[in-house]
Design a protein around this ligand. Structure first.
Ligand code: FAD
Length: 431
């Protein structure tokens, strides 16, 4: 039996990762009702998934304590799929539809890995680098497994260190960005004490693992699952036998909900002012959705957003110098891990680009837009709703993303039927 649930908050935070947790901590005050909502069973987001606990050996413990001791409502297992009217979000949970009313909203929806298609990329045991890490965190045995890590971005190094610590045989890390593109970023890391210390720790942990800049995956082969991966630098090719390929091409922000709300964007990220307010008054954004910049940037921006949304402007302003520094770091990261054009030539005609609807590259190349491809091939109309293939087609074919339509995540028809407002009834007819 499903029910409809209604909630009212002064400040609602969407996203329970570091940015959302920091925002909730900063916004928490005796006479302000603050809630944080996330689709997962616990808070923590991508980095602290399965480890957001009081354990003092955990770096997240400080934030766990702050959340525990603050008057914050935690709404777990709620997937926000629609923003039917100003001040209202709709979410689905196991027990039905939840309608969330807010006075101020802080968006901290984070980022996901970017996947690019190449021949064989859909074979079992090829997965996102962060995804493989999450599976190991959830109990996947990895001892002795041969793993190649490929794609782009600092996450490859983080995951390599994690897998090695869990006794996997990490064979190599192939970073598509050429060394000359990475060097200015590396210089920036050297001049930042905190980042340098992290980088040195990773260097020590990965002393025996080759890091190949300017190399990328070209062809994966195997009968029923991955057996070899061919990597290339554009001139040479090596075939590497392996059990897993952990592969992601940096991160893309989860901007579907900000788009639905009408928040302005720049270069694919949500635009904010120095208080983290978006182009819509009363709606703030923090973390990876304003620019991929890592943990420190997410925490800092979340804190500023929490202060700003509750009128603590002096406290927010005191963080402005740190904010500028983290934005410079994020821009440098974006330049360092920009994708090389050769990756556009990776898919063969038969390579699936949309794996939900089995749409190969050859069926897409003749189209001139995402809309045309969707209408004629069903690309992007499967269960991921274009979250995987949409970012790939944007890079491969240069199709800009088009308007976002609700529901932004797959939801049960029963949930839509529960929504009584006219916008949601439009929704039921749209799918
Ligand atoms: C798969 C993956 C693994 C990563 N692992 C590491 C790591 O080990 N170490 C590291 O330093 N960095 C890691 N990162 C990068 C890290 O996520 C960022 O550096 C930063 O911590 C992001 O914080 P955030 O709060 O902005 O977003 P996130 O941590 O991504 O949090 C956003 C949260 O919002 C939730 N959400 C989004 N949309 C909705 C919705 N519609 N309804 C309900 N909930 C929603 C998400 O489920 C998520 O829990 C990883 C990134 C990814 C994508």
């Amino acid at each position: 039996m499903c029910n409809a649930h209604t909630h009212n908050y002064d400040v609602l935070i969407l996203g329970g990762g570091p940015a959302g947790i920091a925002a909730a901590s900063a916004a928490a005050a005796p006479h302000t009702s603050v809630a944080i909502v996330d689709e997962n069973p616990t808070l923590g987001g991508q980095i602290w998934r399965n480890s957001f606990a009081a354990d003092v050996s955990d770096p997240a413990a400080h934030w766990y304590q702050r959340i525990q001791h603050s008057p914050i409502t935690r709404l777990h297992d709620l997937r926000v799929f629609h923003a039917p009217s100003p001040g209202t979000l709709q979410a689905e949970a196991g027990n039905g539809l939840h309608t969330l009313h807010y006075k101020k909203l802080i968006l901290a929806t984070g980022a996901r890995e970017r996947f690019l298609p190449f021949p064989g990329w859909t074979l079992p045991n090829i997965m996102g680098a962060g995804a493989l890490q999450n599976m190991v965190k959830s109990g996947l045995p990895i001892t002795g497994k041969r793993i190649v890590i490929a794609g782009s971005g600092p996450l490859l190094i983080v995951v390599a260190a994690y897998l090695k610590k869990h006794h996997a045989r990490v064979i190599c890390i192939c970073e598509q960005a050429p060394l000359r593109q990475l060097l200015p970023f590396a210089k920036g890391v050297i001049t930042n004490t905190e980042k340098l210390s992290q980088a040195l720790q990773y260097r020590l942990q990965l002393l025996t693992v080759p890091y190949r800049a300017g190399w990328w995956p070209a062809i994966a082969r195997g009968q029923s699952q991955l057996e070899t991966i061919t990597v290339t630098d554009g001139a040479r090719r090596y075939i590497i036998p392996c059990d897993y390929l952990a592969c992601g091409f940096h991160l893309v922000p989860n901007i579907e909900l900000p788009s639905l709300l009408g928040c302005s964007q720049s270069n694919g990220f949500v635009k904010v002012d120095t208080t983290q307010q978006t182009s819509i008054p009363g709606i703030y954004a923090a973390g990876e959705i304003t620019g991929i910049g890592g943990l420190e940037k997410s925490i800092l921006e979340g804190t500023i957003a929490g202060y700003s949304a509750t009128g603590q402007s002096t406290a927010a302003q005191q963080l402005s110098a740190a904010r500028s520094k983290s934005l410079r770091f994020a821009s440098a990261m974006q330049r360092a891990f920009a994708l090389r054009p050769e990756l556009r030539r990776l898919p063969a005609p038969s390579t699936l680009v949309c794996r939900c609807e089995d749409v190969p590259h050859s069926h897409l190349v003749s189209h001139s837009s995402w809309r045309s491809a969707k209408l004629h091939t069903r690309c992007g109309m499967g269960s991921c709703q274009g979250r995987v293939c949409g970012t790939a087609t944007e890079f491969l074919y240069g199709w800009p993303s088009e308007s976002v339509r609700p529901p932004i995540l797959p939801v049960r028809l029963q949930t839509l039927a529960q929504a009584e407002d006219p916008a949601s009834q439009e929704l039921s007819t749209a799918i």
